[in-house]
Each structure stands twice: as structure tokens, then as C-alpha cells.
Design a protein around this ligand. Structure first.
Ligand code: CP
Length: 306
């Protein structure tokens, strides 16, 4: 794999291979690249999990992490994303992880030679979140085929919904969506139908909740947080109607008592903090896969001279 921008960059076989590697990392496997590798994490949108777990993964693999803070960078002086990446590449940075508010920001970086890992692009894609969600589901059920996954909440503005529905469908899972109908996106119908909230929760093996992405909304819903919770949230009453052995997932950050009742965040069905732990192992696996491809096919030293 030479880059990871969307889940379409990886085949089902590659997904399975990366999940195997991630499972090995979870069991304590060690792997280090043969040469010194420099990586920079360029986060132009807020992040706790993705940024910190990439840095954990990079340090566990012995990579040199070059500090980059968007708020003190020359982006504030008008430097473009393209020139920022070219600058780091010309200094010898071997690989970048980028989160950006612009959907498909990576289109303008096509001529950059170093591998780019997408840490989230606007409402578009979040491929490493998908891989960590897949690992969490695999650990639980041992398979994807015919699993019922309900993705509930702010579907339209969620890069997680899009990436997860795509990958899970390719792996044979059955997707349903729920949440405010105003926030269901017709373009998601190819992955599964919109259903009422109670049906979505009662029938699922995996109840996957999403935060309201206020930062991407032109208009807000005319509902209080309490009203949203009662109409579209996983309430304590709804959790009681979930199937035996079904699990709760959420990419986080969680807004407690909005999309999920606070007491359910750490209940026995919840895998929310397990997802976060898996984020480190999956990101180690993605970094390893890209480093192996580049070291074998091109060689970083020659590559960076361009
Ligand atoms: N799930 C996720 O992407 O979290 P952060 O925004 O904190 O990185």
C-alpha cells in the first residue's frame, strides 16, 4: 500500500492482512523499519484520539516524529497545504498523516511523492477509524458476513459513517441507518436503508452511534439536547431492547446524554474505549504496511531526492 486516503485504496485482502498484523501488535509483536524514518502529523482540525494514537503507533515502531502544530505553522502566513507538504518532504520527512476540514484535500497533493495517510477529510473519509472499528468487530464476532450493523446519528456529516458503510458492505455485513431523517444522505442508500430508531437498535449486532457534527452544520435541528436524546439517542430504555450479545460502538468524542446515555458509555456492551486502544494497533499496522511497500519498491533515500 502506497497511501491510505480512502477505504477504496485497500482491497478486502489488504484489510484482512492489516487486521491480522494489528492483532499481532495487540499481542505484543515488535516490528521496526530497517532505516531511520521521519514522520509528521499535520492536524488542521481538532483531534484527541487520531493524533495521539498515530503518535503512539509511530513511537512504538521507532519512527522519528517531527512536531507540527497548525496553529504555529506558516499556514497562518498563507502557505498552502501543498507547499507545507512539499516543504516537509524536501527536508527529508518520509511520510505525513493529515487531518483537514476540506473534503478530499488530498486531490491537491497528487504530485507529492511521500506517502499520505488520511486522518480525516471534512465529511469525506476516515479510513483508519474504519480499520480500528473493523478490528473491534472482528475481535467480538470473528466475522463480518451477515452481521447487522446499525449506524445511527448525523449520517450526512460523518466521514466515519461513509468509510465504515463502504468497508463493512464489501466485507459482507448488512447496514442500516437511523437518526434525524434530515441528516440521512440519499447517497448512502447504496449501502443500506434508513429505518426508525427502535428498529435500528432492536435488530443490530452492532449499534454504532455518531456524534452530531455541529462544526459542519449550516442549520441546526430545532431540538434541545434532551429532546434529541429521547427521539434519536441510545437511551437506557432502548439499550434494554438490544439483542443479546450485541455491542455498542462510537468513534468518539462522545456527547454524553445526547446520542448515548452517560451510564451506557462504559456499560458491559460498550466497546468504546476498546476501539480507542485498537486505534494504536491498527495505525501501527497501516504504518508498517506503507513502510514495507515503499522500502521494497522505491527506497526512501532515492525517493526524497526528487
Ligand atoms: N474518532 C476520532 O477521530 O476522534 P478524534 O477526533 O479525537 O481524533
Amino acid at each position: 500500500m502506497k497511501k491510505l486516503l480512502t477505504v477504496d485504496d485497500v482491497s478486502v485482502l489488504e484489510i484482512e492482512s492489516m487486521l491480522r498484523d494489528a492483532s499481532e501488535f495487540a499481542k505484543g509483536k515488535r516490528w521496526r523499519p530497517k532505516q531511520q524514518i521521519f514522520v509528521a502529523n499535520l492536524f488542521f482540525e481538532p483531534s484527541t484520539r487520531t493524533k495521539s494514537s498515530f503518535e503512539m503507533a509511530e513511537r512504538k515502531l521507532g519512527l522519528e516524529v517531527i512536531p507540527f502544530e497548525a496553529g504555529t505553522s506558516s499556514v497562518l502566513k498563507g502557505e498552502t497545504l501543498y507547499d507545507t507538504v512539499k516543504t516537509l518532504q524536501s527536508m527529508g520527512v518520509n511520510m505525513v498523516v493529515i487531518r483537514h476540514e476540506k473534503e478530499r484535500y488530498f486531490e491537491e497533493l497528487k504530485t507529492c511523492q511521500i506517502p499520505i495517510i488520511n486522518g480525516g477529510d471534512g465529511c469525506g473519509n476516515h479510513p483508519t477509524q474504519t480499520l480500528l472499528d473493523l478490528l473491534t468487530i472482528k475481535q467480538e464476532f470473528g466475522k463480518f458476513k451477515d452481521l447487522q450493523v446499525s449506524i445511527i446519528g448525523d449520517i450526512r456529516h460523518s466521514r466515519v459513517a461513509r468509510s465504515n458503510a463502504n468497508a463493512l458492505t464489501r466485507l459482507g455485513a448488512k447496514i442500516r441507518f437511523s437518526g434525524p431523517p434530515e441528516w440521512f444522505d440519499e447517497s448512502m442508500k447504496c449501502f443500506g436503508p434508513y429505518v426508525e430508531i427502535d428498529e435500528a437498535i432492536c435488530t443490530a449486532d452492532v449499534v454504532m452511534l455518531l456524534r452530531i457534527q455541529h462544526e459542519r452544520h449550516a442549520q441546526t435541528l430545532d431540538l434541545t439536547k434532551e429532546e434529541y436524546h429521547q427521539i434519536y439517542g441510545l437511551t437506557v430504555e432502548r439499550e434494554k431492547k438490544m439483542k443479546a450479545n450485541s455491542i455498542i460502538m462510537h468513534p468518539a468524542p462522545v456527547n454524553r446524554n445526547v446520542e448515548i446515555a452517560s451510564e451506557l458509555v462504559e456499560c458491559s456492551r460498550s466497546r468504546i474505549f476498546k476501539q480507542m486502544r485498537n486505534g494504536v494497533y491498527v495505525r501501527m499496522s497501516v504504518l508498517k504496511n506503507i513502510l514495507e511497500t515503499f522500502t521494497e519498491e522505491i527506497g526512501y533515500e532515492n525517493h526524497n531526492q526528487k
